[in-house]
Write a protein that binds this ligand. Structure first.
Ligand SMILES: NC(=O)C1=CN([C@@H]2O[C@H](COP(=O)(O)OP(=O)(O)OC[C@H]3O[C@@H](n4cnc5c(N)ncnc54)[C@H](OP(=O)(O)O)[C@@H]3O)[C@@H](O)[C@H]2O)C=CC1
Ligand SMILES: CC(=O)N[C@@H](CCC(=O)OP(=O)(O)O)C(=O)O
Length: 342
């Protein structure tokens, strides 16, 4: 089977990463590539790393351009996906890299995104309990946010095994590509080089309810989240440091055993040997996730750290992994856990 695939938002970072992965995927053929302000332009100068597609001309994003495909990836700004998706047939697999269909709670959506809630689609994080079953034969998939991917994978084993109190503190550093291609004042080279600073401090980041949604489902009770994102002077990567108070009677061995069990058969998640800690450089450009966990006895806290590439496992790799499951392909098709070093 060869699936004909379109990418809307092909000029952006997420679209470019999708195309990098799809070019190496043996079961897809790349069809329409669409954009907005860059419609009519060749892809070559916009995505100089995608040589095989350099001569392809971007079309305007419309139902007509996206018709006639088996799979349509949407890599558009938040709020743009619903109008496009509703014009695509129910048999087309639509994979949305944006946030529009990630949240179940309409009030959370409205509070953090400030617009009417478009709905909820099956959530594209197969490693969560029940995650794969939700994606089999799905025709609509909401790709998680990059921070929620890193944080949910770091903490869900502790919550699924009922080892942690329902309140987690998270500090995560992200590379600048997480913010998309559009220029922003705090992302100019001189501002970001050689410096780190937080943003969205104090509960304001829109990924907070998404993390809470995922971890609450694992814990079977509401999990409160204190999340502080920081911007790191690197193009790609997320390092998430997450901690939660252990429940009374929990030991370091209980924690290690829960994480070993959760990730024993996961093709993309590697629980590192004890004493070795995740690094963004080790997952650069790959769909791999590194996780490590420790039990801080003096503070009685479980401390879990994960590293992902925000554009690969955090967006496009996760999207392709979920597509593979929905299409009935082996989950690892076209995806690698091999990074680039140094
Ligand atoms: N970057 C990341 O790490 C992650 C991104 N995502 C999500 O993926 C989506 C894309 O993000 P990213 O690639 O970073 O963003 P970019 O800003 O790099 O790219 C945005 C893309 O959307 C197109 N576009 C902009 N406005 C419109 C519009 N009104 N209608 C149709 N197309 C439009 C742009 O086209 P043009 O260039 O022609 O203007 C461009 O192709 C977002 O929803 C983002 O949240 C998800 C997880 C992580
Ligand atoms: C560094 C940086 O700015 N990162 C982005 C997150 C990118 C991402 O995953 O998220 P969405 O798909 O939800 O946009 C941010 O904090 O807004």
């Amino acid at each position: 089977m060869t699936a004909r695939v379109a990418v809307a938002g092909a000029s952006g970072y997420a679209g470019g990463e999708l195309l990098r992965l799809l070019l190496a995927h043996p079961a897809v053929e790349i069809g329409a590539l669409t954009a907005n302000s860059n419609a009519g332009q060749p892809l070559g100068p916009l995505q100089p790393h995608l040589a095989p597609l350099a001569g392809r001309v971007l079309e305007a994003t419309s139902a007509e351009a996206l018709a006639g495909h088996d799979v349509v990836f949407l890599a558009l700004p938040h709020g743009q996906s619903a109008a496009v998706a509703e014009q695509l047939g129910p048999d087309v697999l639509v994979v949305d890299c944006g946030a529009d269909f990630r949240l179940k709670d309409a009030a959370d959506w409205e509070a953090f995104y400030g617009s009417p809630h478009a709905g909820t689609w099956p959530y594209g994080l197969p490693e969560l309990p029940g995650g794969r079953a939700a994606l089999e034969k799905a025709t609509r998939i909401a790709v998680p946010g990059c921070y929620p991917t890193a944080v949910s994978l770091a903490l869900f084993p502790a919550y699924a095994a009922r080892l942690a109190e329902p309140e987690a503190v998270i500090v995560a550093a992200s590379g600048t590509s997480g913010a998309g291609k559009a220029p922003r004042a705090n992302l100019l080279g001189s501002e970001v080089m050689g410096s780190m600073s937080p943003y969205g401090v104090g509960g304001g980041h829109r990924h907070t309810p998404e993390m809470s949604q995922n971890l609450s489902a694992c814990a079977d009770e509401p999990v409160g989240i204190s999340f502080t994102p920081t911007l790191a002077p690197m193009p790609r990567g997320i390092l998430a440091t997450c901690s939660a108070k252990a429940r009374p009677g929990v030991s370091g061995q209980d924690v290690r055993a829960a994480y070993e069990k959760a990730f024993a058969d996961e093709p993309f998640v590697r629980l590192l040997p004890e004493g070795q800690w995740p690094a963004t450089a080790a997952v650069y450009g790959s769909n791999a996730v590194q996780v490590q966990v420790a039990y801080d006895e003096s503070a009685r806290r479980i401390v879990a750290v994960s590293a992902i590439d925000n554009l690969t496992k955090g967006t496009a790799g996760g999207a392709v992994q979920s597509m593979n499951i929905a299409l009935g392909l082996p989950e690892q098709t076209g995806l690698s856990t091999i990074g680039v070093a140094p």
